[in-house]
Ligand binder design. Structure first.
Ligand SMILES: C[S@@+](CC[C@H](N)C(=O)[O-])C[C@H]1O[C@@H](n2cnc3c(N)ncnc32)[C@H](O)[C@@H]1O
Length: 245
């Protein structure tokens, strides 16, 4: 009997595939990256996920990056610290909302996607992107924070059309938000680019998985095993993985 996993159009690759690509791309270098100790808070990236994100950015030499969902800014910082000095990272999160819009059942924050999202948003509203605040000036200057509901994002008015090498979709996890952020991501990328999603196969945010499994039909979207990262390559990067498949 087929399992749901076997039915998806999303192909799973081992993280090693990306690391082998890094080896062959930079044969004379030890390729390292700067990462902070992961936050014990929910909503953070694992070390393996961080190394996958940085590998993707390095492989395509990303210099203009966009993140849906800033939260504490841990991944914003990761991307800013591991890209060339002239790279820019734009990161978007919600403007301050009234607390009534953020009510959630505390007991289900770790089991219910909507309660989890409300918790993350409430935490962002209360604390802001503390990782960005604490970063050194040279890193902060690479980051631009935008406070806007991604559902209202006007890609053209913001001047974001065809501007980014790397778009990371990690904002709201409701189906409609991931769908809208993905649509916008496609409008925002340059011809040669990568779109990355977080929370694919999350045990909490099922709607990300449902959206991506449906969306992936007829596309080449990859899931990196042992992570919640999925990605799609565009233009001259489309063939990057061909020798491993
Ligand atoms: C999982 S956290 C982001 C984590 C961050 N990318 C990281 O890796 O550290 C999701 C964030 O998306 C924000 N968010 C939720 N819905 C949003 C929306 N409609 N527009 C913009 N941001 C949204 C939340 O406020 C929250 O801070």
């Amino acid at each position: 009997m087929n399992t749901a996993t076997e039915q998806t159009a999303i192909r799973s690759i081992r993280p090693k595939v990306l690391f082998q690509l890094i080896e062959s791309r930079f044969p004379d270098q030890n390729v390292g990256f700067k990462v902070n100790i992961p936050s014990p808070d929910i909503g953070g990236m694992t070390l393996l996920e961080s190394s996958v994100l940085v590998s993707l950015a390095r492989l395509i030499d990303a210099r203009s990056l966009f993140e849906f969902g800033t939260f504490m800014g841990a991944t914003t910082l990761l991307l800013a610290e591991n890209t060339p000095p002239d790279a820019q990272v734009v990161t978007l999160d919600l403007p301050d909302l009234s607390s009534s819009q953020l009510e959630s059942d505390q007991s289900s924050v770790l089991t219910d996607g909507h309660a989890n999202d409300a918790f993350l948003t409430r935490r962002f509203a209360a604390q802001g992107a503390r990782c960005i605040r604490r970063a050194q000036a040279s890193v902060q200057s690479k980051v631009q924070q935008v406070l806007e509901d991604s559902m209202k994002l006007d890609v053209v008015a913001r001047g974001y059309e065809n501007q980014f090498d790397f778009v990371f979709v990690d904002g709201g996890h409701a189906f409609s938000i991931v769908q809208q952020d993905t649509r916008n991501a496609y409008r925002m990328i340059k011809a040669d680019a990568v779109v990355v999603w977080h929370d694919y196969r999350s045990t909490i945010h099922n709607e990300v998985t449902t959206f991506l499994d449906g969306h992936a039909v007829g596309r080449r979207i990859f899931h990196v095993a042992n992570t919640m990262i999925a990605f799609e390559l565009f233009g001259r990067f489309e063939s990057l993985l061909d020798s491993f498949l």
